[in-house]
Structure formats: C-alpha cells, structure tokens
Design a protein around this ligand. Sequence first.
Ligand SMILES: *Cc1c(COP(=O)(O)O)cnc(C)c1O
Length: 796
Amino acid sequence: MARSVQTSSNFRDALLRHLTYTMGKDPEHAQPFDWRMALSHAIRDRIVDTWVASTRKTYEQDGKRVYYLSMEFLIGRLLEDGIFNLDMVEEAKEALESFGMDMRTILDDEPDAALGNGGLGRLAACFLDSLSTIGCPAYGYGIRYENGLFKQSFVDGCQVESPETWLQEPHPWEFERPEVRINIGFGGDVHFENGKTVWRPAEMIQAEAFDTPIVGWQGRWANTLRLWAGRAVDPFDLDLFNSGDFAAASEHEALARTISRVLYPEDSNEAGKELRLKQEYFFSAASIRDILRRFDSQHNDLKLLPEKIAIQLNDTHPAIAGPELLRILHDERGLSFEEALHITHHCMNYTNHTLLPEALERWDERLFGRLLPRHLDIINRIDDAHYKANPHRTLSARSDGQVKMGELSFIMANRVNGVSALHTDLMKQTVFKELNALHPDRIVNETNGVTPRRWLHSCNPALSGLITETIGEDWIADLEQLEKLEPSIEDQGWLDRFTDVKNANKAALCDYVAGVHGVNLNPEAMFDIQIKRMHEYKRQHLNILETIAHWQEIRDNPTADWVPRVKIFAGKAAQGYHFAKDIIHLINDVAKLVNADAATRDVLQVIFLPNYNVSLAERLVPAADLSEQISTAGKEASGTGNMKFALNGAPTIGTLDGANVEIRDHVGKENFFLFGMLADEVMQRRMMHDHAQQAINADPRLGRALEALRDGTFSPEDPGRYTHIADNLTWSDYFLVCSDFTDYWRAQREVDKAYQDRKAWAKMAALNTARSGWFSSDRTIHGYMCDIWGAKSLIP
Ligand SMILES: *Cc1c(COP(=O)(O)O)cnc(C)c1O
C-alpha cells in the first residue's frame, strides 16, 4: 500500500483542480462550502487509492471478512478525520492558506453524519476506524437515513426538535452504487410447492447501496461502510400517470423511501413499531444477500461460509439476519434445515448492550407473522431444535405471543458478548442466566473502547503534540504506550505544560460558548461536565439536585472560600420521554436563576448546551476538568464517554458501573472520585419500600433542594412546574437518586478540596491520560478478532 508521495504543491494543484472542475468555481468567487467540497474530494482521492488496494488484497488473500451489522453509525464529520488519518494536516492547511482560506472555518462547515442516537452508534463508528487501522477486512452495514437524529434547540428552556438534514447538501464521502440493488419482500404467504417451501411476499422494496470508504491511521488500509437506501422496485406507475392520477403514480416511490427516511430517536427504549421492524429486516436482508453474493463470487461450497465470514450483530436490531441466512440456505440453496442451522450458528455473533427490561426487543407475534411469515416458521424450528438439544421450556425465542429478539440472538449466535466486565457478569446472572447455564462458553466479554485518532489526536491537537514530543508518535496506533508518560509526570516543568494545554482548551471552549450562545464562562473555574443522552438511569437529575443544594449553601455563606465551578450539561431526550425533557427544562431554569445571582455567579455557573453531537463532544472533552459518570450501578452497560474524558485528562466522579469499574482499576483509585451504592446494594435497597423518604429525612440538604423544586423557586411564573419531579423522587425514585445523594455530595466536596491543590490535581489529570491506553477501540477490536471472529490483519 504505497503511501502517496505527492508534494504539497501537488496537493494544492489537486485542491484547485477539484474547485475548478468538480465544483465549477473560480477561486475568486468560491464560498467556504465550495472549498470544503474541493478539499473533501482531494482528500477522498487519496483514500480511494488505499481503498482499491485494500479490496484487491482481500480478494487475493481470500481473507476472512468481518461484517458488522448495526442499525446506527454515529460517525460525525469525515473531512477532519480523513485529513488526520492521512497525516495531511500541515499540507491541507498550507494549501488552503495559499488561497487565503482558514482550515478551521472549512472543517466546521461540514454537518455531522448523525446516523445514531448515542453510545451504541458511536461504538460502531469507533470500531470502523479501528478495523481499518488494524487492517482487518471488514464491512459496516447499516441504513442511509435521510434524516439522522433530530436537531435540538431550546425555546424558553424547553427542548424543541427539528429534522436533521445532513443530505440536503451534496455529501462528498459516499459513492452511489446503482448496480447494487436488492429487492426485499414483506408480508404475503408461504406455500409448499414441489417439495420446497416458497415465500411469496406481497410487497417489495428495493435496497440501493451507498458506499463510504473508511480509512485507517496513516492510510494503510480502508474498509467499506455500506448503507442501504429504500427505493421503489417500480418507481413510477405510467398507467396511473396517464390516467391523470399524478399523486398515486409516485406513491410507491414515496412509500418505499419512508423505510430509510428517519432514525428512531429512542435510545435504550424499544417502541415495537411496525416501520422499525421493517427497517430492521430491510437492512439485515439486503446485507445477507450482499454477503452471500460476495462469497459466491469466490467460493462454491457453502460449508466454507463460517471459515470465510463472521457476522457481528450490534445489539438485537439486526437479529433477523440469522433466520434470513438460514432461510436462504435452506429454502433457496437446498441445504437441510440442520445443516443450514449449523452454518448460520457458526457465522453469527451477538453483542448485548443493555440489561434494561424496556430496551430488550420483543415483537408481537401477529405483527411479526404478518410482515415475515416464513421467518416466524423458521424461528419456531430454531426453538424446536434448541429444545430438542437442551430440554428447557423457559428459553424459547417465542413465548407469550411475542418474539424475543434477545433470546433469539443468543440461541443463534456462536458467541455472545457483553461490553464491560461488570455488564458481562450481570448478563450471566440476570437476562441470560438460564441460557448461560446451558451454554457456559458462549458468553465472552469485550470491554468497549474509543478510537484515539478522533478522541485524542484530532480533537485535542495540543495534548497530542505534547505527548508525541515526549514519547514519539507510535502511541496513536498503540495507545498503551501512553504509560511511558509516567516519568514525565514527576517533572514539574512537563506538568505545567500539560496544565497549559488544558487551560488553552478551556479558553477555546469559552470563546466558542461566548460566540455561539452569548454566555461568558469563567475560565478559572473547574469545568465539570456531564454530556450524554438524557435518561433517568444516567441521573442528570442527581447532578442538578446537588448543584441546587450547593447553590443554596453558597448563598448561606457567600464569602466563604468556595471553589469556582462551571457545570456544563448537554444531551438530547427522546421526543416522547417527557420526564427527561422536564429535566432539561429544570436544568435550564436553574441556569437562568443561578447565573443571574450576583451573590453566587463568581463561583457557580450552570449551562446546558443545545444539540449534543459528536462535534460538540470533540469540543467539550478536551476542555473538561471533571467527568460526571453517575448512573445507578448496574444500569450503564459500559459507557464510552467516560473513556474519552479520562483519556483527555479529566478525572471521573462516578459510581461503580459499566466500564467505570475498569477505568478506576487502570487509573488508580486515588485518581477517581468514587461514590454510591454497588449494583447488588442497589437491588437490595430497592426492596425497601421507603428508601427515598429515609434518605431525605437523613439529609437536610437533599430535603431543602427538593423543597426548592416544590415551592417554585426556579419557575416563579409556573410554581407547580417541578412538583412532579420532587414527587417522583420522594415516592418512587426507581433510580435511587435520593439514596445516593449524600455520598455524591461528599464526593463532590472531596473534588473541591482536591482541585484547590492545583499541582496535585494536574498530576491526577495527567495520570488519567497516561493510564487510559487500554481503552483504545484497537484493543477491543483485537479482542473480537481473536475471541469471536478468528479474523486476521492483512497489513504485512
Ligand atoms: C461518546 C458519545 C456518546 C456516549 O456517551 P456515554 O456517556 O457513554 O453515554 C453519546 N453521544 C455522543 C455524541 C458521543 O460522542
């Protein structure tokens, strides 16, 4: 894979060529948009060279291919990522500057590709980056949503959603593949003809492929992300048109396109909607066809399938891929059911992402049978086969009138994995307890990770520069080398530089917030950040209650020696999740009052930044002093936000939940602010009927903060606005906000104390960076390749 040897003046020529001939613009009149497109095409050309070479090599070597099926890919921007991965930052900057353009302006012009809700989709994007960096032949398969995750804005402090329109401008990173179109059937019935089972669907929708090359570090390898878009098989009914019914003539097309129109905005919540099931089958079935077509082009013995391909199901959303592969092997390719099942089982693997009961996918059998009648038969036979082999009633994929996608995935899969050590343990003890007893070797753990290219090297160039200067640049593709920083941490001069980097990142965030939102943040204060989807289990309300109590205490004694803090929040709530939206409203109302309070505003500020997405995370993470990871123990499967912060030198205040446990083990318990109940204590405590009242009675600070919600302190124009939140916390409090409040308060005061000793704090922050190397998604992918896929790197 020869690296491009063009000189920077050649790159300048390439940029100008694309501006002129791709965009049709004269440099004199070109807008930032035109320059962005020209630059994207110039960068893309380099990526395509690698891409073609990687594909050739995979065919030549007949390497095992990994197929990562995911309903979501939360990619973010691609131009900056491409420039950094190709190591062309200086070249690109110089070329733009020679035309009088500023690179930052051009990069910020790109809309985020927000084809995901949160952690699950972002994990898929980090995995693509790592697969390409490692050189493992792989394809991501998903849906090309026309509208990604909604845009969030605030009106009077309330969340307002508007459609996201990333495809309204031309998208320079994808290649449309009109020659790859696959018809996907729905509904209809099943016949038995000439000894064969035949499914005759009632409706057909065409899936059209769009490919995006994903380049790895230093452009050594590139894989493909293939996203499917819905099209009508027969886009236009000429008879209807000629008869004058113009609307009906295009109706097919409109209906078919709705299948890839929107991303469902529910994170960790299963809605059971028909369109969602259609989306799941649509992209899973198209992907399976595509996988088999590629296999057939090189092989003619289906028994080789498990040797040549590995399929990973990112949660249960693509679980129907299992019965679909089985159906094709048995009904269409003529293998016996047993043989088809055996082959399918050895190709499929499943990642579980949640233990929340409301997030485990289940489909009403009638709905399922109406859309996928043959698949329902097949699921019955899978269940029967499993039952015969392991007589055990409770374990079926189909029961109580429902199809259970978790059980189905487990039974189908060769390997099932959790995403952190604690989560994998809890999986074995709870949701998959009985299945695990039957198949004790099936469950494995692969703790999540994040790509160091995006989440350190490109989002925090100043820190990346300092690290490279100290230990060389090999850490970018071998993150555990960060431990070589440890000796430097003992050197006060080096530590001061580390602190300077953090301060510069904070100043840059202040400029951004002042420019975009007109709020001046105190750059001397501790930046305390909680950014993630809004969910009760993530407990943003615990954070804001502590903030309220803290504010009340400062008001009691305004002249004491308070440690200045800025509390920063960001995150979207699903449209229908009213409680989560009310918490956003509350945080905004608290911010309004607190930021205007002359008695406290020098030491406490609160801000909720709208429209949390990958690019906003890239701004916030490098500027954080403190990372809030405060979910109810046992509820966060892993978290990846926690890893981004630790890597960028922000110690965590957190519970022993998800990957926090492993982060604490790696960075050292003295560099982590632990609080709260453990997962088993949570289960115990919940059995107490009055756990919340007891906690409130025992802690007057908590009582007073709740009282401020009840008496309309934060909503004088509508005093009853937050009564229901106080009531919920007092009388039900499923997520144990009250029971963890006192210990959270204690931990926050320890944070205050620690922050006052700035030298000790800097050391703690730097140790978080130096010891977070294990949380690279490269390490995670090596784990999957070795324990689950049996795949190899093709980079020599
Ligand atoms: C990393 C990331 C997440 C996941 O954050 P958690 O704190 O692990 O829930 C969600 N959304 C975006 C945009 C991210 O970058």
